[in-house]
Ligand binder design. Structure first.
Ligand code: ATP
Ligand code: MG
Length: 220
């Protein structure tokens, strides 16, 4: 069930030996973890270690080269075609539509997801964009676009919130909006932040360091 199952603490994300290669070159190998609702995890590692790649795999935007990734809702495995209902994500790779307004962008996403329009104004208010909701995205500043991505990620109250560099381009108020969202979501949902930023790292209780993944193997 979308959006409210996490309140029962019943979501589990399980990765077993995830490996991703590009052109036969491994980016990371045999990454395994199990995360349950009520947790927050930072994915860390140097530039190019595969943080964004791992976030894309968890979001179902990219496939792993090998290994298993499963999402469970109350111990029942979620079908691959339904995973998107559980996931909200913020990513530098997310493209929004410049020729539409902020409001229309969120409306389009809601229509694609099959969720209603009822929550759009609420999330626009939460990220401070409500007064600018009828402006075209092409005149938004970079921080305003980032705020719209945050709004996009929480529009359907996802059980798994994936944030890739969520505070980039944000001012102090914007950073505190992200802080509040993470603090709220990590209570009863799964939050994952891909980051090199000390403040974003500090919002999470757990860490998956992708440097250790490859460096450990090199030592063997
Ligand atoms: N489509 C692609 N084709 C080939 N190589 C790719 C592709 N996408 C990513 N890579 C490579 O995979 C590696 C990991 O990239 P990724 O963006 O996941 O790193 P990252 O840890 O998020 O880095 P950063 O800290 O800079 O955000 C890099 O070497 C990158 O060049
Ligand atoms: Mg990245």
């Amino acid at each position: 069930m979308q959006g409210n199952s996490a309140a029962q603490g019943s979501i589990k994300l399980k990765a077993e030996n995830l490996t991703r290669k590009f052109d036969r070159k491994p980016i990371f190998e045999d990454v395994s973890f199990t995360l349950t609702s009520g947790s927050s995890t930072a994915i860390t590692g140097r530039n190019g270690s595969g943080k964004s790649t791992l976030i894309k795999i968890i979001s179902n935007l990219l496939s792993q080269s090998s290994g298993e990734l499963s999402l469970f809702d109350a111990d029942k495995k979620v079908k691959r075609e339904n995973v998107f209902k559980y996931i909200g994500f913020v990513s530098p790779y997310l493209n929004l539509y410049d020729e539409f307004t902020g409001y229309e962008n969120l409306k389009i996403i809601s229509d694609i997801r099959g969720s209603g329009h009822g929550n759009i104004d609420n999330v626009l208010k939460r990220v401070g964009l409500f007064p600018r909701k009828n402006d075209l995205l092409k005149i938004y500043s970079s921080g305003m676009k980032q705020r719209l991505k945050i709004a996009f990620s929480i529009l359907h109250k996802p059980d798994v919130l994936l944030l890739d560099e969520p505070t980039s381009n944000l001012d102090i108020d914007g950073i505190s909006i992200v802080d509040d969202i993470v603090k709220e979501y990590k209570q009863d949902r799964i939050v994952i932040i891909a980051t090199n930023d000390a403040h974003e790292r500090s919002l999470c209780e757990n860490e998956i360091n992708l440097n250790e993944n490859i460096s450990k193997r090199k030592e063997q």
